[in-house]
Design a protein around this ligand. Structure first.
Ligand code: NDP
Length: 265
């Protein structure tokens, strides 16, 4: 999807003629050395995925507030021999939900499934956006409590509750966001039974491959509006590209979305 966007930009602006987006497999222990080498070789920016999103916190020179609060960096911008860190995942999530479900995080009651890195980023974004509250559902109590402790200082007046795997105590009319990895493999079950929730507003599954998880199948059967996480992937990518190029994400997101959908078949 980045290549599609760069090809498009190069058509009108020779500045982008030699821009390329590459994929590298970097061992966690080599991240610092690899980033040093990339800076020396003139890379403009980098996207990071797990586990580098967290490891980079100790390497990057300055972090934007979203990366600081999420405790994760997914985008780097070259700044001389070092890097500035950003996090566009929260922007991607909010944009993906708005685009595919027509819902805003502001004022929403959020049921968040999961307590890993993606859930932390989602919780931070929902609280930054002014949601009414977040009810976090997770299988392992210790991980749930750790996440609650990490985000509690951002809650302000918003409700912040931790729930067990049966989601007892979840509010009615909530936007349910799946940030667990349950659903990534074809034989995975759903991370929750949607019949446990009173009239959910919608279900957003951050998983996009496979495009239709068990959770989304159940949402369809129950007539609940639903969408997968492809929009999130596309919008975080378009925002990263904006940081590197200065070209607004809204301009490149549609063609990046089309390229991603085509690549995923
Ligand atoms: P982590 O490994 O950090 O967290 C995994 C979470 O899933 C934990 O809360 C874990 O619970 C829970 N979990 C795993 N298996 C099950 C299960 N069978 N039933 C219930 N809960 C389960 O992963 P990440 O946070 O990094 O990623 C989570 C998901 O988000 C992935 O599917 C990833 O693909 C997706 N994602 C999508 C993005 C997008 O752009 N659309 C961006 C980033 C992530 P426990 O604590 O009990 O182990």
């Amino acid at each position: 999807m980045h290549t599609a966007a760069l090809d498009f930009l190069a058509r009108d602006n020779p500045r982008f003629a030699d821009w390329r987006y590459y994929r590298f497999d970097i061992e966690p222990a080599s991240l610092e050395a690899a980033l040093g080498l990339m800076a020396a070789r003139g890379f403009r920016g980098v996207n990071l995925t797990v586990p580098h999103k967290v490891l980079a916190l100790g390497i990057v020179r300055d972090l934007d507030p979203a990366a600081q609060q999420a405790g994760a960096v997914n985008t780097l911008l070259a700044d001389g021999p070092s890097w500035r860190g950003f996090n566009t995942d929260g922007y991607g999530l909010a944009s993906g939900i708005r685009e595919s479900l027509g819902l805003d995080l502001r004022g929403a009651r959020i049921v968040l499934l999961g307590a890993g890195g993606a859930a932390r980023g989602a919780a931070v974004e929902c609280l930054r956006a002014g949601c009414a509250g977040i009810w976090i559902v997770n299988r392992t109590r210790g991980n749930l409590e750790a996440l609650m402790a990490q985000v509690s200082t951002l809650a302000g007046k918003a409700t912040l509750r931790g729930l067990g795997p049966d989601a007892a105590g979840a509010p009615g009319g909530a936007l349910i966001i799946n940030a667990t990895s349950a659903g990534l493999r074809p034989d995975d079950g759903a991370p929750a039974d949607l019949r446990a929730f009173a009239s959910p507003a919608a279900v957003y599954d951050m998983i996009y491959n496979p495009p239709r998880t068990r959770l989304l199948e159940q949402a369809a059967q129950l007539g609940i509006p639903h969408a997968n996480g492809l929009g999130m992937l596309v919008h975080q990518g378009a925002k990263s590209l904006e940081i590197w190029t200065g070209v607004p994400a809204s301009l490149t997101a549609p063609l990046m979305g089309a390229a991603a959908a085509k690549a995923l078949g």
